[in-house]
Design a protein around this ligand. Structure first.
Ligand code: AVI
Length: 319
């Protein structure tokens, strides 16, 4: 079995403490969605992916399973496969046998989650060198020096691009282009625009898992920052904002309350919301025009029959 190597680029970026301090000080209170993902949040997200209303994972997995050979033919074998936000690395398993990468670089912000996922994957694929990298991929995509010098394929499934605002998404795609280099490719899954009822149901599952995932931010604030705040005083609210082309998630205060941090008192009125996530949806032509602006051109792209989800294989455009 190949050894797994671990690389820690632990975020020197915004801490939960600073994000909460900054987010509560604003008129429109908000906390960035990356703070959902501690060990508990990552597990809750796994459970969201099993909910029948949250269609992206099942649709994308069906598509990837059916497309693996075609993707391998287009991309070729032996690439260095990089996956920012790999989580449990479930989706990449659908591609590994077809792609036979030279090595795999899973990146994730949650070290414990990354460690167990990478160790398990290396056990299942003894031929695959794994270079697990703990990093906040929204800031950098550091490929470890120990990774082989092979043409790169960056895999970014799950429509995680949608959690960036448009400017951030452009900046991320440009960073991807710089990371993969002139012979690099990007395989990316992006949620499409569709019937609002389908979108609204996906973020309001009947079992309440998305609500609990959303409230995990309050649990983290209690646990990690010692704040006196009750998760049950916040209601989960998620809806499609058609004008902005995005799902918005909020935590709405059920009652007037104060949150104290660093001797500062932040007042929340009844009904006031803490904006916790945006999830942008892209029509194929919107996504392709943004990618083109970042120097990425499509080799091929696929939609499922119901046009619920899109998978794009892009290469770096010639200058
Ligand atoms: C990770 N990300 C793409 C998910 C999404 O759909 O925006 C996160 C999520 N939030 C609520 N449900 C799922």
């Amino acid at each position: 079995m190949h050894k797994v190597t671990f690389h820690d680029h632990k975020p020197k970026t915004l801490s939960l403490h600073d994000a909460v301090l900054d987010g509560l000080s604003r008129e429109d209170k908000r906390i960035p969605p990356k703070f959902f993902y501690d060990a508990r949040g990552s597990k809750l997200f796994e459970r969201i992916c099993e909910q029948p209303e949250y269609y992206p994972p099942s649709v994308e997995c069906d598509m990837l399973g059916g497309l693996a050979d075609e993707i391998a033919q287009l991309a070729g074998r032996g690439r260095l496969l990089i996956e920012p936000g790999a989580g449990s690395a479930a989706k990449v398993r659908l591609l590994l046998d077809a792609l036979r990468p030279a090595a795999f670089v899973p990146m994730d912000i949650s070290f414990d989650f990354l460690k167990s996922a990478a160790t398990q994957l290396a056990g299942e694929y003894p031929w695959l060198p794994v270079h697990a990298t703990c990093v906040d991929f929204s800031h950098s995509l550091p490929v470890p020096e120990a990774a082989p010098d092979a043409p790169r394929l960056l895999f970014f499934p799950g429509s995680s691009l949608g959690n960036f605002d448009r400017a951030e998404a452009g900046a991320f795609l440009s960073r991807v282009r710089d990371t993969i280099g002139s012979d690099g490719m990007l395989l990316i899954g992006v949620d499409t625009k569709k019937d609002e009822a389908v979108l609204n149901a996906a973020y309001n599952d009947a079992a309440g898992i998305t609500a609990e995932f959303n409230r995990n931010l309050i649990h983290r604030m209690r646990r990690e920052l010692d704040l006196q705040v009750d998760p049950d005083t916040f209601e989960h609210k998620a809806f499609y904002n058609a004008e902005a082309g995005r799902i918005e998630m909020h935590l709405v205060s059920r009652e007037p309350q104060h949150i104290e941090l660093d001797g500062k008192r932040f007042r929340l009125a009844e009904g006031e919301s803490l904006h916790t996530e945006n999830s942008y949806k892209y029509a194929p032509e919107e996504f392709l025009s943004m990618a083109a602006g970042c120097g990425l051109q499509p080799l091929r792209y696929w939609l499922d029959e119901q046009r619920l989800f899109a998978i794009y294989l892009l290469r770096v455009a010639d200058i």
